[in-house]
Design a protein around this ligand. Structure first.
Ligand SMILES: Cc1cc2nc3c(=O)[nH]c(=O)nc-3n(C[C@H](O)[C@H](O)[C@H](O)COP(=O)(O)O)c2cc1C
Length: 180
């Protein structure tokens, strides 16, 4: 494997959710690179059913933080990107997930932390839509906080970290089958 390949694998394997950020802005050129990566996300029939709203206003960050059940950390982030997906009638959460993961990986490649906040109810998405003036045709499924991770502070409760072992989540050949 190339060094570049192993670096990329390490980046992907090490991607974690940041929830505590330093009070330091995201450089504009980094943000533009992240948006450019996001633009190239794949979608069914290349429909690109999304619109991204860049939020940097402190008061707006605080309002967004109150829109989701577990979105409070957005208030302490220097900025976020709210992802709106055209709907209904699309696998909106799927489109949102692909886009988000790319944003998070691009941020990590630039040395930035990122964290997803999910707006799980129609009511919460309505509040986000109203705040940002989004048209009703867009579902704002999530916001991704971006910034420099405050590594001196804990990012999550222990139960929110770690992963199941591979044997628990992978079968070979048939459900329940073991690796040969
Ligand atoms: C669909 C989805 C929704 C999530 N929503 C939230 C959220 O609202 N608030 C939050 O703090 N983390 C949220 N997360 C992040 C997860 O809590 C996190 O990825 C998981 O606990 C694993 O943590 P780690 O990636 O830091 O190891 C979400 C993740 C996904 C995939």
């Amino acid at each position: 494997m190339t060094t570049r390949g192993s670096d990329l694998l390490a980046l992907m394997r090490g991607l974690r959710q940041s929830r505590r950020f330093l009070d330091r802005p995201v450089p504009r050129e980094d943000l533009e690179q992240i948006l450019e990566v996001a633009r190239w996300t794949g979608s069914a029939k290349n429909s690109q059913p999304w619109h991204l709203v860049v939020v940097t206003d402190r008061a707006d960050q605080e309002t967004l933080a109150g829109c989701g059940d577990f979105a409070g950390f957005l208030a302490g982030a220097p900025m976020s990107i709210v992802v709106g997906i055209e709907g209904p009638g699309r696998p909106g959460a799927y489109d949102d997930g692909r886009l988000q993961e790319r944003i998070m990986l691009a941020a990590a490649a630039l040395g930035l932390g990122s964290g997803t906040a999910w707006f799980s109810t129609p009511e919460s998405r309505g509040r986000v839509r109203d705040l940002l003036g989004m048209p009703s045709a867009l579902e704002p499924w999530s916001a991704i906080a971006l910034g420099y991770t405050d590594t001196a502070r804990a990012q999550a409760a222990p139960q929110l970290s770690g992963r199941k072992p591979l044997e628990e989540i992978v079968s070979w050949g048939r459900y329940g089958g073991r690796a040969g």
